[in-house]
Ligand binder design. Sequence first.
Ligand SMILES: *[C@@H]1O[C@H](CO)[C@@H](O)[C@H](O)[C@H]1NC(C)=O
Ligand SMILES: *[C@@H]1O[C@H](CO)[C@@H](O)[C@H](O)[C@H]1NC(C)=O
Length: 421
Amino acid sequence: MSVPRRRWCSPAVRGLVFWVLLMNIMLVLYCLSNPTQPNIRSSQEDTCPIRMSKLWKENLTTPLQNTKPQCSPKVHIMFMKTHKTASSTILNILFRFGEKHQLKFAFPDGRNDFFYPSPFQCSQVKDYKPGDCFNIVCNHMRFDYQEVSKLLPPDAVYVTILRDPVDLFESSFHYYHQAVPLTWSIKSDNKLAEFLNSPQTFYRPEAFNSFYLKNLLFFDFGFDNNLESDNPRVTQALHTLSQRFHLVLMAEYFEESLILLKDTLCWTLEDVLYFKLNVRKSSSVSPLSLELRAKAMKWNGADWRLYRHFNATFWDKVEAFGQERMKREVNELRRRNGEMKDLCIEGGDAVEADQIQERRFVPWQPLGESSILGYNMKKDIDPKFRTMCQKMLTPEIQYLSELGVSLWLTRLWGWIKDTLY
Ligand SMILES: *[C@@H]1O[C@H](CO)[C@@H](O)[C@H](O)[C@H]1NC(C)=O
Ligand SMILES: *[C@@H]1O[C@H](CO)[C@@H](O)[C@H](O)[C@H]1NC(C)=O
C-alpha cells in the first residue's frame, strides 16, 4: 500500500551524486582560478633575502615593547597547521598578533587552505610574485619545505602541533568520513568501529580522499601516509622534521605548548591568550574501547611514532625551560584566560551553533552535521576590551575574510554542502 522505498534516495547514492557534482564544479573552478605559472624560477632568486628580515625587525622594535630585553620578538613564522589538532586556536593567536603588528601573511586565494591536499607551491599564495617575502605562513597545506622556505627569511621560526593519533583519527573520521567514498559502504551504526575492525575492507591507498583515514599527520607533513611504522623512511621523516621545526607543540598539553611558543617567539603572555575554537560537542565524540584504541594506534602506526618522538622532545624542552617556572606560567595563563572569559563570553562557555546569535561567530560545520561549538559575545563589554574579545572569538573563516582573503570557493562549497544536506 505504501510507495516502495526508492533506492536512489539511499545516503550512499545521494553522497555519490553530491561528490561527483562537487568534484566537477571544483575542478572547473580550480582550473579557472589557478592559472598555471611557468616554472622558470631559480630557487636562488626566489629565496627571501635576510636583509628583508633585518628591516622588519628595525620597524618592529618600537611597537613591540617586551619585558625581556635579551630577546626581540620573532615576526617570521611558519606555522604548519595540521588537521584536527587544536590548530585553529593557534591560528587565531597568529592572526591577532599579525594584525596588531601589521605583519604580512602569505594567504591562499579563494579558499582557506593552499589547495590541500595538493603539495604546497608558492604560486598558490595570493598575489605571489617570485621573490616576494612574507612574515607569517599559517593556513592548511600539505607541507613542502623547499617551497615554503622561499617565502620566508632564513631566520623564520617553524612551529607545528601534534595530537595523539588515536584521538586525531577518531576526530578525522567523524569530520571527513562523508568525504571518503570508501566509507559509504559501511553499514553499521558504529562506522568507526566497523572500519577499525577490518580497515583493509574499506581502505585503499589510492582511493579518493583516503589519506584522511590513515596517518593524516604524516600526510600533512608531505610524506607517504601508507608507510608501515617500521619502515626506515619513517625514521628518516622524523629526522627531517626534527631539523625543520624549531618547536613542535602538543595538543594534549596545550597550555604548556603556548608557554613554550611564547618563550620561543619572545612574545608576551597577552599575545597567547585564547579561547578554544573549533571544538566539537562532547556528545559527537565516539568513545573508543581500549581494544579499538589499540587498533587505531596500530592502523596509524607512522603517526604514532611521530607523536611519541615529538612528545619526548617536547618534555625535554619543558625540562630545559624549568618545571617550576612552567607551572607558574601555566597558572598565570589560566588566570588571564579566565579573566578574558568573564569579560567576553556570554554565559561563560561555548554553545551549539544554533544558539549563536551573531553570524560572525558561527563556526564552519562538517558535512551533514552541526557539531562544532562557538560562542556568544557579551553585549556590555568595556570598550577597552571589545575589539580583543571580538577577535579572540572570531572563527577562522570569518577572520580570514576580515583580513582580506577572498573565500569564494570555500563559501560556494559551504553553500552546496548546506543546500544538499
Ligand atoms: C619600515 O618602516 C618604514 C617607515 O615607516 C617603511 O617605509 C618601510 O617600508 C618599512 N619596512 C618594512 C619592511 O615594512
Ligand atoms: C608523553 O610524555 C609524557 C611525559 O614524559 C608521558 O607522561 C606521556 O605518557 C607521553 N605520552 C606518550 C603517548 O608517549
